[in-house]
Design a protein around this ligand. Structure first.
Ligand code: TD4
Ligand code: ZN
Ligand code: CA
Length: 283
């Protein structure tokens, strides 16, 4: 069934687990996520970036994902990941998304507050939940030194002010993760997470979670992370399976025999993440 992001994240916040959020760009990724969620009896967020909207088209994604969510046996929220403008966020609200992220993390605090506020005002009036971000995620190649790290990671006092002024439903924070593949092993700032969770007492979101050690994921959940974004691990699972098809049958040209194994591989990774996040059997 299609639900708002808030319905899933409030349940996760109260029951101290993390709802998984997976990026999809096509039918195979979507079907893999929904099939795994049903098999694991897990609530799930299906999310699309602006890049996905550009690739597939807003109407294609909207109709396909709404159909999948409405017919799923588990709660599914339909989320915009890293929306950068008021216009994109509201276009998604108009086209059936039930949760939108407005990412003003590259702006000044004041500008981030103003942008986020403009989105929460309209989205909340339409019954759509809102995620925002404060602090900056590392780039994958960044070799961040300690003082820079302190400047980039989410400031707890600012987070408190940000949430009070913007009325966002859940907040993405920067504690040392990065999007994409890591060069080394990321070191997470757990004390900061603990402080922010205690000060805010609301659902917290962790981005860039592909490649983070399983024990660190578990620790982050125990300290109050309630939504975890995974993209890279799914891309790798899909493409590894496709590479395997071509390694075994280099002349294959039936798309179903190429993308089908990709879909199966993604389903397995999604199910494993759901178990790791404590989301299995929470639907
Ligand atoms: O928000 N995300 C996913 C980012 C996806 C970027 O997609 P585009 O290429 O369309 O912009 C995450 O936090 C996931 O991070 P991960 O480390 O798992 O990839
Ligand atoms: Zn992200
Ligand atoms: Ca990552």
């Amino acid at each position: 069934m299609l639900v708002t992001g808030n319905e899933i994240l409030q349940h996760a916040h109260k029951n101290r687990y993390a709802a998984p959020a997976f990026n999809v760009v096509n039918m195979e990724m979507l079907q893999a996520v929904i099939a795994a969620a049903e098999a694991e009896k897990a609530p799930v967020l299906v999310q699309t970036t602006e890049g996905a909207l550009k690739y597939a088209g807003i109407k294609y994604l909207s109709l396909m994902i709404r159909y999948a969510a409405e017919n799923a046996k588990v709660p599914v929220a339909f989320h915009l990941d890293h929306g950068t403008t008021f216009e994109t966020a509201i276009q998604c609200v108009r086209n059936g998304w039930t949760s939108v992220m407005i990412d003003g993390s590259h702006h000044s605090l004041e500008e981030n507050i103003a942008l986020t506020k403009s989105v929460t005002k309209v989205a909340h009036a339409c019954g759509v939940s809102v995620e925002a971000e404060l602090g900056r995620l590392g780039g994958v190649e960044d070799n961040i030194v300690v003082d820079e790290k302190d400047a980039m990671h989410t400031n707890p006092a600012e987070a408190k002010q940000f949430v009070a002024e913007t009325k966002v439903d859940y907040l993405a924070i920067a504690i040392g993760t990065a999007h994409g593949k890591y060069n080394g092993v990321p070191k997470l700032d757990f004390d900061r997470l603990d402080t922010i969770k205690k000060m805010l007492d609301m659902p917290i979101v962790l981005h860039g979670a592909s490649g983070v050690a399983e024990d660190d994921i578990k620790k982050a959940i125990s300290l109050g992370v309630n939504k975890i974004n995974i993209d890279t691990d799914l891309r790798v699972a899909f493409t590894d399976a496709v590479k395997d098809v071509f390694a075994k049958t280099p002349d294959e040209f039936d798309l179903r025999k190429i993308c089908g194994p990709g879909r199966d591989a993604v389903k397995e990774v999604v199910a494993a993440k759901m178990r790791l996040f404590g989301a299995s059997n929470k639907a």
